[in-house]
Design a protein around this ligand. Structure first.
Ligand SMILES: [Zn+2]
Length: 163
């Protein structure tokens, strides 16, 4: 454990206690006598997120939640639905193995947004997918425009009028 003040690596544990879903330890740096507390979560072994530059960082559900919330800002999406989407993404991440790419997480977030709110989806996608041109943007939203409302043109007899 490295001291956050002086960077010395000789820190003594002076107190250990279980706290919530983890362990809290009081530590004292032997070099500068700085006292600090560390918290270790024990129940979850979340994979590391591999970013596009190759750096690894711990997975944080709050980041996913923030991304979802920002995308859904001022959209008619319930906070609860956003929360549930974040939980689903977290569950997918937890079963992904030791590492998961940030790209993979982004795609899962996109999948959630696609069903939550199409405007939110486009917002997130335009940032996440780094859309550079209007053409790319059209490519992105084209699959969202449902062709279902188009009237049938050929002479297919319509069925199912009911008994
Ligand atoms: Zn120190």
């Amino acid at each position: 454990m490295v001291c956050p003040v002086c960077g010395g690596d000789d820190c003594r544990v002076v107190d250990t206690r279980a706290s919530g879903d983890g362990i809290r330890r009081r530590r004292v740096c032997q070099d500068c006598e700085h006292r600090f507390t560390t918290f270790e979560r024990i129940e979850l072994r979340l994979p590391l997120v591999v970013k596009s530059d190759g750096k690894r960082e711990p997975f944080l559900r709050d980041k996913v939640l923030m991304g979802l919330s920002l995308a859904c800002r001022k959209r008619p999406v319930a906070a609860e639905a956003i929360e549930q989407a974040a939980v689903r993404v977290e569950q997918a991440v937890m079963t992904a193995g030791a590492e998961i790419s940030s790209e993979d997480i982004g795609r899962r977030v996109l999948d959630e947004l696609k069903t939550l709110d199409k405007v939110a989806f486009v917002r997130f996608a335009s940032v996440y997918l780094d859309v550079q041109s209007p053409i790319e943007f059209l490519d992105l939203i084209a699959p969202l425009v449902e062709p279902a409302s188009v009237e049938p043109t050929s002479g297919e007899p319509s069925t199912g009028e009911g008994a």
